[in-house]
Design a protein around this ligand. Structure first.
Ligand code: PGA
Length: 251
């Protein structure tokens, strides 16, 4: 009943020509298809409007972040509000990616406010969580993700306006992935945590993506794990062969 979501996070990559070519290639793959899964691409803010303006069907287009302020406009140099992202034609936004939590010191509270801003603007927030390597080594992975869920997921979240992405920090861009048993354990714990936060019905409908070194060769296995409802793909989303190689495992 939960449709899988195959999402690409381009991070700070792609200038105009290559970025529009990559987006077009994704749109071409999906055009006229009745795919059994949803597709989302998250280009950098510089390309978001141009990508969203390319004629496309079905595929969602998302930003990688939105502003944290509760003000709808004003003196916030460098920030782009959720309403502005929506106005460009986006459908989704990532919030709380580990690179933002680490490099920009974003707390759960900040991530929660960004998610709320996204939802208020009519975007679906893809809320990213995940433990660091030392947290996993210390046996704290489940505690950490439970705390992040409690702190970063707004109580008003629904399966329509919110997606969770579990991305162990140590698996991002490293080529390392958790075992399928570990993925199953964390995703099940996330589902339980969502149940106590949002209730059984919402929690059972909400999609939980896995992210961190997903590639065509491991996608089928990772995406077949119980409670894994899709993938958030970084490096491999920058090459259409790889991105579509991952998606095609679900055809
Ligand atoms: P990766 O990144 O696929 O390159 O590991 C995933 C992410 O950061 O979303």
């Amino acid at each position: 009943m939960r449709r899988k979501l195959i999402a690409g996070n381009w991070k700070m990559n792609e200038l105009k020509t290559e970025g529009l070519e990559l987006a077009q290639a994704v749109f071409d793959k999906c055009a006229g298809q009745k795919l059994p899964f949803d597709v989302l691409i998250c280009p950098p803010m510089s390309l978001l409007g141009m990508v969203a303006d390319l004629p496309h069907e079905v595929v969602g287009v998302g930003s990688q972040d939105v502003a944290c302020t509760t003000k709808s406009a004003g003196a916030f140099t460098g920030d782009v509000s959720a309403a502005m992202v929506k106005d460009l034609g986006a459908t989704h936004t990532l919030v709380g990616h580990s690179e933002r939590r680490t490099m920009h010191h974003e707390t759960d509270e900040v991530v929660c406010q960004k998610a709320l801003n996204a939802m208020d603007a009519g975007l679906t927030a893809v809320i990213c969580i995940g433990e660091t390597e030392s947290e996993r080594e210390n046996g704290e992975a489940l505690t950490v993700v439970a705390r992040q869920i409690k702190g970063s997921v707004p109580k008003t979240a629904t399966a329509d306006n919110c997606v969770i992405a579990y991305e162990p920090v140590w698996a991002i861009g490293t080529g390392k992935t958790p075992t399928t048993e570990d993925v199953a354990e964390v995703h099940t714990a996330i589902r339980q945590e969502l149940t106590s936060l949002l209730g059984e019905k919402t929690a059972s409908q909400m999609r939980i993506l896995y992210g961190g070194s997903v590639k065509p060769s491991n996608a089928k296995e990772l995406l077949s794990v119980e409670n894994v409802d899709g993938a958030l793909i970084g490096g491999a989303s920058l090459k259409i062969e790889d991105f579509w190689g991952i998606a095609a495992t679900q055809l």
